[in-house]
Design a protein around this ligand. Structure first.
Ligand code: NDP
Ligand code: A1CAB
Length: 273
């Protein structure tokens, strides 16, 4: 059973990530009238209209939200919170911005006791296959926990972290993670085309390989390493391919990518302050 707050939620920022979360929420069966989006861009308004969601440039005087999701770029957060501070008293503030701290949100919204949740979702939320990290400030009440879980469970799975720094780590792994995965998919699809497949065939081969491997890994008790070994016949083709990945340092490169994303989240947090 949904509580009332989730059906009274305003998003500030209606870009890619807001669209994905709202897509998950609407597909979960919540009425479009539960939500309102503020975004100055006509493209965002058009995309929201596809889901029958109201999107305005200014604060809607006829919509009094219980929850406000802060979904603008980190660099915009200070000016947005300064501008909207008068509307944000008593509401639950859920920020999805990378590298913007609870202290900054409380300072910029002029509410030192604001109930703030830092959330790090990812774009597969759009197809209810997201994963979101949630960090709750101590002054969030039980209803805030329930509401936040309901919002992000409607878009996939939820992991609660106990320290704010862990949200930067979630950002580096699953927040940015789909970007790394799509990068790998692009590379494998290019390899398929190099071997003579059409673009459509290449995309089908790659899509189903990633989907199948991820589904198998999720449903299996085997570790990722064991699953990899089960594909790799002695002296066979996978072995030859993996040798090349090892020789080129792909594992270190991926760990380096996650570290760079983490460092950038920390840097954004420092610069924003
Ligand atoms: N994309 C992702 O995969 C993820 C993103 N995030 C976080 O989500 C947040 C949004 O990212 P993303 O959706 O990718 O970014 P987008 O640029 O797609 O969306 C931001 C939107 O906010 C709009 N905007 C700008 N100024 C204002 C304003 N004053 N009031 C209301 N809206 C405004 C922008 O309009 P305009 O374009 O006209 O400036 C744009 O439509 C970021 O903080 C990011 O860290 C978190 C997890 C994953
Ligand atoms: O790239 C970014 O900064 C955002 C945060 C995680 C995914 N996209």
């Amino acid at each position: 059973m949904q509580n009332r707050a989730i059906q009274n939620t305003l998003f500030i920022g209606g870009g890619n990530m807001a669209y994905a979360i709202l897509g998950g929420l609407v597909r979960s069966g919540l009425p479009a009238s539960s939500f309102h989006v503020i975004d100055p861009s006509p493209e965002s308004a058009a995309k929201m209209a596809e889901m029958n969601l109201r999107c305005t440039v200014d604060w809607p005087e006829d919509f009094k939200p219980d929850v406000v999701v802060l979904a603008v770029k980190p660099q915009m957060m200070q000016s947005v919170l300064n501008q909207q501070a008068g509307h944000l008293k008593q509401v639950l503030l859920i920020s999805i911005a990378a590298g913007v701290s609870v202290a900054q949100i409380q300072l910029w919204s002029a509410q030192s006791d604001a109930r703030v949740v830092r959330c790090m979702p990812n774009t597969p939320a759009l197809v209810a296959q997201g994963i979101s990290g949630l960090y709750f400030t101590a002054n969030c009440n039980d209803a805030d926990h329930t509401t936040s879980h309901q919002i992000f469970n409607s878009c996939g799975e939820v992991v609660v972290v106990n320290t704010e720094d862990e949200i930067n780590a979630v950002t580096a792994i699953s927040g940015s993670g789909p970007g790394y995965v799509f990068f790998l998919m692009e590379a494998l699809a290019q390899a398929a085309q190099n071997l003579g497949f059409s673009e459509a065939q290449a995309n089908l081969l790659v899509n189903q390989t990633f989907l199948g491997a991820a589904t198998l890994a999720k449903q299996s008790d085997d570790s990722f390493a064991t699953l990899r070994e089960k594909v790799t016949s002695k002296g066979g083709t996978t072995f030859a391919g993996l040798e090349q990945l090892r020789a080129l340092g792909v594992s270190s490169a991926i760990q380096g990518a996650a570290q760079a994303a983490f460092d950038r989240a920390v840097e954004l947090q420092k610069n924003a302050g």
